[in-house]
Design a protein around this ligand. Structure first.
Ligand code: C2E
Ligand code: CA
Ligand code: CA
Length: 699
């Protein structure tokens, strides 16, 4: 019997060697008892041993670790059975990596057909597996990716899309295959992008950016896309792969963030950043069109107490309402921004005259001053406005803002509830303010403050039984100045204490004269306003009490002191003590402006109050607003329960007076009866109003 290796024409032939030598597949020959006869170079490389090292030996002898034990078994099986076997065996290579190889065992026969050896063909599967695996992986990535994938050929036709593509765009693959990539042209910016996209692709082989497309359902979507070109073996870009994710939500979020960065969260109005932006634009535009531009810096007067007394939530709602009012009173091209706190800025572009900005400022003062109801409270607020105009007051944003701010500050210092122009206005404002403080002192020295008295009428009988003392400043040049223009400054500087004392002693004089004139047992009371500032220093009260002492008698009974609700809020022992002292001196207490503050009736119970003055803002609408009527009615009802008498302020019409009387309100005060009158005019008024009483009771 011939055996492999004995006389092997094939093995010895050149052709055989040449063939086996170039094949990367492994080729081996074994004897029927599994001794190695031949390893081709491919196999030598695979196992890392040369033929000379292994020839004549069984695999098990060469590799006693048993790595080819199965292979040796199969060789023997084939030799015995004479049947060909294909087998996939885990075969470690020279470096020990297990690579799966497909082995093909073929029996070699002699001419008589007897098995004389076994030929082994080994296909190294590793590379093939790799490619297949890669393909499988690529396919699964393609199909399961969250990113949309689109493959375009060199002519720009879509040749493949994945499921995510359909999910994102709404188009099935079948609808877009073969279409030009201008499919993306349906978007807003894709068309603009295409040229640069193509250019970048040609130059660098890839492009990354955002494109906007219209989904099949019509909605716009923003895609973040990276495009790569795939070159063929000739370095020609023949395919383009676009991988994109839907960033619409992100984009929306970005837009939201952008909005937040440019708007005030509370009011939704533009913030300082956006205002500055618009201001720059406005200035540029004004320059081009040779127009003006105005900046109005608005600060709400006395806003802090709103927050302090009613809580920030209420304060916030007040600010929102004010913001809306401001916005409503402007043109669409104007901007109102909130800079924070109670500061707003209005930008008026396209201004043709300074007068226009003044008109706007006046309108703003008006809308802000309208009574405002929040959380069941009613507020009467005002604002101070500083106006700066381009180009007169500055030609850059910073200067204009600063000037407007300064003017606002001046407006505040010189009386609030007003606007001031910058430029010559600022000059005037500054000196006016300097003069005012100085002049206030001077006015005190020169006794320029006079008291006017406004009658208070018993609604049931029409008799004038009380009066309120209201200060005026008789200015040598400016005439009669109302208290709103100097009281805030007097309060700030503390001069109010000196003014108050003077008021007090004059009011006493009038009260005495009036009661003397009227005589009888009807007591006429004159009320004097005492601002919270005057309660700060208890020595102020001592001076009032000293004046009383000087007069002697029970003159205190002819007097009332009007205090504001805010004074009672903090329950300060020193304030309570002063109120008690006033009452001990026979002076009655009236709570002023009821309804504009926190208007808590519980305070009325806690602090002994004799009168309650319902604020003018309720009286104005009592005829037209049923809710105001209900408020007045219930306030009166509760006050009566507590033994408190109610005075309605600002009665201007007969109708209001009649309604107030119907509500059982005790007293009325207002222009219907008389404006505040100088002392002699007042005496004449009350003398004429009650001739009968004067006749009977006068001595
Ligand atoms: P107030 O205490 O609420 O005084 C009532 C104000 O309403 C007065 O304004 C009065 O002239 C005005 N008034 C009265 N009837 C009517 C009316 O029918 N219609 C309208 N529209 N208004 C009416 P006035 O005199 O300008 O005083 C303003 C504020 O200045 C006073 O408000 C008070 O808070 C303060 N004030 C006045 N005099 C003094 C004072 O001697 N000391 C202190 N601390 N404050 C004073
Ligand atoms: Ca008053
Ligand atoms: Ca009042």
């Amino acid at each position: 019997m011939r055996r492999v290796g004995d006389d092997d024409t094939l093995a010895n032939s050149h052709a055989y060697h040449a063939l086996a030598g170039v094949l990367s597949n492994g080729i081996a020959r074994y004897t029927t008892d599994a001794r190695i006869v031949y390893f081709n170079p491919g196999l030598e490389a695979f196992v890392g041993l040369r033929l000379a090292d292994v020839i004549g030996r069984r695999p098990q002898e060469v590799w006693p670790d048993g790595r080819y034990a199965q292979l040796q078994e199969t060789v023997l099986t084939v030799a015995r059975s004479g049947r060909e076997i294909r087998q996939e065996l885990p075969a470690p290579n020279a470096t020990g990596d297990v690579t799966y190889s497909l082995f093909h065992f073929v029996p070699e026969r002699d001419e008589a057909g007897r098995v004389m050896g076994v030929l082994l063909l080994g296909h190294n599967m590793t590379e093939r597996n790799q490619v297949e695996n890669d393909l499988r992986l690529a396919a699964s990535v393609f199909h399961s990716a969250n990113e949309g994938i689109i493959i375009v050929d060199e002519l720009g036709h879509i040749c493949k899309t994945n499921p995510a593509f359909s999910r994102i765009t709404g188009y099935e693959a079948s609808e877009v295959l073969g279409l030009g990539y201008t499919f993306f042209d349906r978007g807003l910016n894709a068309a603009d992008l295409l040229p640069t996209m193509r250019k970048t692709l040609q130059e660098t082989g890839s492009w990354v950016g955002e494109i906007e497309i219209r989904r099949r359902q019509g909605a716009m979507a923003t895609l973040r896309m990276s495009l790569v070109g795939v070159a063929d073996s000739h370095d020609q870009l023949t395919r383009f792969i676009g991988i994109f994710s839907d960033v619409s939500d992100l984009k929306r979020h970005e837009i939201e963030l952008d909005y937040i960065a440019h708007h005030d969260t509370l009011t939704g109005l533009p913030n300082r950043v956006l205002l500055t932006d618009r201001l720059y634009q406005g200035i540029a535009q004004a320059q081009r069109n040779e127009q003006g531009l105005a900046l109005l810096f608005i600060d709400i007067d006395g806003f802090k107490p709103v927050n302090d007394n009613f809580g920030h939530q209420t304060g916030d709602r007040v600010l929102v309402e004010i913001g809306q009012r401001i916005q409503r009173s402007l043109r669409a091209s104007d901007t109102v921004a909130r800079l924070g706190g109670d500061e707003f800025v209005v930008l008026l572009p396209g201004l043709s005259s300074v007068a226009e900005s003044e008109a706007s400022a006046r309108r703003l003062l008006q809308v802000i001053a309208e009574p405002l109801e929040v959380a069941g409270y009613r507020f009467s607020l005002s604002a101070s406005i500083g106006v700066a105009v381009y180009p007169d007051d500055g030609d850059d944003a910073d200067t204009l803002l600063r000037r407007a701010d300064e003017s606002m500050y001046s407006a505040k210092r010189t009386g609030r509830n007003q606007y001031l122009l910058t430029g010559s206005g600022l000059q005037r404002a500054d000196t006016r303010q300097g003069r005012t403080v100085h002049e206030l002192r001077l006015a005190l020295e020169l006794d320029q403050f006079e008291v006017h008295y406004q009658p208070i009428v018993c609604l049931a009988t029409g008799a004038v039984v009380k009066a309120e003392a209201l200060v005026r400043w008789r200015h040598p040049e400016r005439g009669l100045i109302p208290p709103a223009e100097f009281i805030p400054l007097a309060e700030e500087t503390g001069l109010i204490c000196a003014i108050g004392s003077r008021m007090f002693s004059q009011a006493i004089a009038l009260a005495e004269a009036w009661n003397r004139q009227q005589g009888g047992n009807i007591l006429r009371r004159v009320s004097v306003n005492r601002s919270p500032r005057e309660f700060l220093d208890p020595r102020g009260l001592e001076s009032w009490l000293a004046i009383l002492d000087e007069r002697g008698g029970d003159v205190g009974r002819m007097l009332s002191v009007e205090i504001t609700e805010g004074l009672l809020l903090h329950d300060k022992p020193s304030v309570i003590k002063q109120i008690d002292q006033l009452r001990e001196a026979g002076i009655t207490i009236a709570l002023d402006d009821f309804g504009t503050g926190f208007s808590s009736l519980s305070y009325l119970k806690k602090f002994a109050v004799d009168y309650l003055k319902i604020d003018r803002s309720f009286v104005i609408d009592i005829a037209s607003d049923p809710s105001d009527r209900v408020i007045v009615e219930s306030v009166v009802l509760m006050a009566r329960h507590l033994g408190i008498r109610v005075i309605a302020e600002g009665v201007e019409t007969e109708q209001q007076a009649a309604l107030l009387a119907e509500c059982n309100c005790h007293f009325g005060q207002g222009y219907l009866y008389a404006k505040p009158l100088p002392a002699d005019a007042f005496m004449a008024f009350v003398g004429a109003a009650s001739p009968a009483i004067v006749a009977i009771d006068s001595p």
